[in-house]
Design a protein around this ligand. Structure first.
Ligand code: HEC
Ligand code: HEC
Length: 231
């Protein structure tokens, strides 16, 4: 049997102690900072200087589906993205990158998979400047008159009186968007496949019958895309 060595400061080198403390600290840090970091991210990106020309070049990949002017496609398979605000575009593109919103074809065909922060900033600035004037049709089964009341009561505070979206709420404009696409998103919100209003517990759509949602979408489609975009 090998003789046991007596425990002494030599066999348990003291320099390890500060190292262990440091390791514990390093482990605890990200936990403490995680919350703040998430919000800071977006603000940082919005502060970055966009290169719109680089954005235009990269946009060619996106045009395959979203159209040359970001107009999307009638029927809403591909949403209109022209003119969406930068804060919202940045959130959306990051959500597709992280998988919070799932649409893999966009990562691969669109090239988002390898896009870095600067690419996202360039793309968002370019797309946000695109102007289209779409008079989108509403769902035939919906009544804009009935939808107006529900919209004003339940959606206006965040999406704006004219459906123009609000920077402060980081909410997107809804007017000028295909109702089929919007309905698909609402289904995703309901099924918790996408997070609405930054709130995983959000129940905005739980109480609405399908018929009522069509009324709301008919009202949204009746809002003029051209009206002033002041918040
Ligand atoms: C293969 C087709 C395709 C390509 C290429 C593509 N997209 Fe998309 N995009 C879609 C589809 C389909 C959706 C809707 C997915 C869903 O329902 O969540 C979408 C959704 C979006 C949205 C969300 C719109 C909203 O109102 O929230 C943005 C923003 C977007 N795409 C930007 C881009 C950009 C930028 C590129 C290029 C880097 C790109 N897309 C390339 C098909 C595509
Ligand atoms: C508390 C604020 C708030 C309220 C109230 C609200 N929304 Fe939203 N909504 C948001 C935010 C924020 C987003 C963007 C989520 C994201 O970034 O993915 C959003 C996104 C959406 C989208 C997806 C748009 C797109 O381009 O993909 C639809 C559709 C939508 N809301 C419909 C509605 C309707 C209809 C109502 C009323 C019944 C409503 N919302 C009420 C904050 C709100």
């Amino acid at each position: 049997m090998a003789p046991k060595r007596p425990f002494s400061p030599r066999t348990f080198p003291l320099p390890l102690l500060p190292l262990i403390l440091l390791l514990l600290l390093a482990l605890a840090m990200p936990l403490a900072l995680a919350d703040e970091d998430e919000d800071d991210d977006e603000i940082d990106l919005l502060d970055m200087e966009p290169d719109r020309q680089a954005g235009e070049v990269m946009y060619r990949q996106c045009a395959l589906c979203h159209g040359q002017h970001g107009q999307g496609i009638l029927g809403g398979k591909y949403p209109r993205i022209a003119g969406l605000p930068e804060y919202y575009l940045l959130n959306a593109l990051q959500d597709y990158q992280t998988g919070a919103r799932g649409y893999d074809a966009m990562l691969v065909v669109g090239g988002l998979k390898t896009a870095d922060d600067q690419d996202l900033v360039n793309l968002s600035a370019y797309i946000s400047d695109l102007e289209v004037d779409l008079d989108v049709p509403g769902p035939e089964e919906g009544s804009a008159r009935k939808g107006k009341r529900m919209y004003r009561y339940d959606c206006r505070t965040c999406h704006g009186r004219k459906g123009e979206g609000k920077t402060r709420k980081e909410s997107p404009p809804l007017r000028g968007q295909y109702h089929e696409y919007l309905l698909r998103q609402i289904e995703m919100f309901k099924n918790k496949e996408r997070i609405h209003a930054d709130d995983p517990e959000d129940e905005t759509f739980a109480a609405y019958e399908d018929e009522e949602l069509l009324h709301i979408l008919a009202f949204i489609a009746s809002l003029d895309d051209k009206e002033d975009k002041d918040k």
